[in-house]
Design a protein around this ligand. Structure first.
Ligand code: NAP
Length: 252
């Protein structure tokens, strides 16, 4: 079956990696729901997809909020069809060393990455199991291996790997694969904000990061979109429960 009759949801898709994933899945033939906290900020991505001949809709969702998730998923199903692809991409950072990390910053990061991926996956799995086909891709990170100043984020991203493997076991018999991508350094607003927080110019940070990466460059959102595209392919149906590090080399 081609992807033409299939709908995909990408969360946090107004910019960065999520926007590139939305564009790529539309190129692959999926009708794409571009979801983010602010619906208006998704419109430019929807317009880009339409201009390229694809089909997309914009929608608002706070992935950490159960009611918001239920409403958003319902709207997607009504407007572009049963969502059988879910990319749990929405993310935030609230970095600090452990002794300075507030409980609110811990909870916020867990709320978006872990609770958010759980709520979105639970709300969409019914469409996938009914269709007997589905693809869930979770965004982990090389930070799952440990990263100074990111106890909350690293714990959430490592948690997503266990979540991925468990959903793969539960949903496999319904034709649903579940995989995770763990990006290394990708040039987005998230990494730009990190440079600002630690007080160095973003260009300097990009140069320093590239010097440590075997392929001698930082990653671009399209590098991650290409990996998501692979996991969502028809012929990737025997690949499930995997964590793919997309980091320009073997080490974080
Ligand atoms: P980004 O540019 O900061 O984009 C993240 C998007 O998620 C934003 O549009 C943001 O909306 C949205 N978002 C935040 N909280 C949300 C919520 N509760 N519900 C719905 N949407 C929400 O980040 P990115 O760099 O593209 O990262 C995308 C994913 O890849 C994240 O999961 C991140 O942890 C992961 N990742 C990134 C890198 C990297 O180097 N960039 C590396 C490894 C993993 P607002 O703009 O309104 O806040």
């Amino acid at each position: 079956m081609s992807n033409a009759g299939r709908a995909a949801i990408v969360t946090g898709a107004a910019r960065g990696i999520g926007a590139a994933v939305a564009r790529r899945l539309a190129d692959d033939g999926f009708a794409v729901a571009v979801l983010d906290l602010d619906e208006a900020s998704c419109e430019p991505i929807v317009e880009q997809i339409a201009a390229a001949g694809g089909r997309a809709m914009a929608g608002a969702v706070d992935v950490s909020d159960e009611d918001s998730v239920a409403t958003a998923v319902e709207q997607v199903a009504e407007r572009i069809g049963a969502p059988v692809v879910l990319v749990n991409n929405a993310g935030i950072t609230r970095d600090n060393l452990l002794f300075k990390m507030s409980t609110a910053d811990w909870d916020a990061v867990m709320g978006v990455h872990l609770r958010g991926s759980f709520l979105m996956s639970r709300a969409t799995q019914q469409f996938m199991t009914q269709a007997g086909w589905g693809r869930i891709v979770n965004l982990s990170s090389t930070s799952a291996l440990g990263n100074r100043g990111q106890a909350n984020y690293a714990a959430a991203k490592a948690g997503l790997q266990g979540f991925t493997k468990t959903l793969a076991i539960e949903l496999g018999k319904f034709g649903v694969t579940v995989n995770a991508i763990a990006p290394g350094f990708i040039e987005t607003d998230m990494t730009r904000a990190t440079a600002e927080r630690i007080g160095i110019a973003f260009e300097d940070m990009l140069r320093m990061a590239a010097a440590e990466i075997p392929v001698a460059r930082v990653g671009q959102p399209e590098d991650i979109a290409a990996a998501v595209s692979f996991f969502c392919r028809e012929d990737a149906g025997f690949v499930s429960g995997q964590v793919l590090y997309v980091a320009g080399g073997p080490k974080a």
